[in-house]
Design a binder for this molecule. Structure first.
Ligand code: NDP
Length: 290
């Protein structure tokens, strides 16, 4: 079975429509500000996708495109302005940022009440404590993929490969929490894990977020596993018109032979991440919008 992220992402977006209408009837249009610094082609393409998704739902999205050499003080000033702007309900700084900027300083400057990405230290702290807060978009999207596909996590052994702040750490924590689509037994693997195949072969659900093109082959999984491939890696493909294509961290051909269900790349986790950004912006507008 293919876990169709595009289809599920659309369902999530549709579920937001009445909430957006209700906000609009109160004179509030949920609005996101995106700060894009520099000209990284992948970031530019992600930001274009986000703009399109917001427009389609009649939400506001404003992108601030700053030159790569913009000093940190200017970015902080812009964040302060956006924090004070009542028409903006969510703010995100597209990562990665150029080397001279400190990602964490920029992130911490965002008002937690406008943290559309759900990765501000305050949001992550609340998430760990089980207090209502915007959840980080990719992990939240993974939970929705499991939920809409009816894959219960309770009592399952979930193996997560990767421990980044935006994917591996939060998804591991969420799955271990005592709540719906939690209650799993979670094992976290990373680059220092020894004998990784022995661990991944025990997974009922395997979540891979490592940024290593097609590393997870059939040898890493047991039959009937459910696989969520977060990876999004651009590889050369001279046979295509563009000269490149995107692959996941999982070898889809091999693993799909053994898996009970698997997400494709593209069309799996990616569209969900954007849907959850829309979700968070609506949530923040409902909670704090005036
Ligand atoms: P990071 O580079 O921040 O983290 C990668 C993690 O994988 C690290 O914890 C690292 O271990 C671990 N790792 C790397 N190589 C190996 C290996 N050979 N064996 C075991 N563990 C390994 O990545 P992100 O979490 O930000 O992203 C992961 C992937 O997901 C990327 O392809 C990214 O593009 C994609 N992504 C996709 C999104 C989407 O919406 N579709 C959203 C976010 C990310 P260690 O900590 O020891 O270094």
């Amino acid at each position: 079975m293919l876990i169709d992220g595009k289809k599920i992402a659309k369902k999530v977006r549709r579920s937001l429509e009445p909430r957006i209408d209700a906000l609009k009837s109160k004179g509030i249009t949920p609005g996101l500000a995106v700060i894009l610094i520099g000209d990284d082609p992948a970031s530019q393409s992600y930001v274009r996708m986000k703009e399109k998704a917001f427009k389609k739902l009649n939400m506001e999205s404003k992108t601030y495109r700053l030159a790569a050499e913009t000093p940190q003080s200017e970015v902080l000033e812009l964040i302060d302005q956006l924090n004070a702007d009542k028409n903006i309900h969510g703010i995100l700084v597209q990562i990665p940022v150029p080397d001279h900027l400190d990602e964490m300083t920029l992130l911490e400057r965002i008002d937690p009440q406008k943290d559309a990405d759900g990765i501000h230290p305050v949001s992550l702290g609340k998430m760990v404590l089980g207090i209502e807060t915007p959840l980080p978009c990719t992990p939240h999207g993974i939970l929705k993929l499991l939920e809409y596909s009816d894959f219960e996590t309770e009592g399952k052994h979930v193996v997560v490969i990767g421990r980044s702040n935006i994917v591996g750490k939060p998804i591991s924590n969420l799955l271990a929490q005592k709540k719906d689509y939690g209650n799993a037994t979670v094992t976290i693997c990373h680059s220092r894990t020894k004998n990784i195949k022995k661990i991944t072969k025990q997974a009922d659900i395997l979540i891979v977020a490592i940024g290593q093109p097609e590393m997870i082959t059939g040898e890493y999984v047991k039959d009937d596993v459910v696989v969520i491939d977060v990876g999004s890696n651009r590889i050369d493909a001279p046979e295509t018109e563009k000269g490149y294509r995107f692959v996941g961290d999982v070898d889809f051909e091999e693993v799909s032979q053994k898996a009970q269900a698997i997400t494709p790349v593209p069309g799996g986790v990616g569209p969900m991440t954007i849907s959850m950004l829309l979700f968070n912006t609506v949530y923040l507008a409902e909670k704090y919008g005036k």
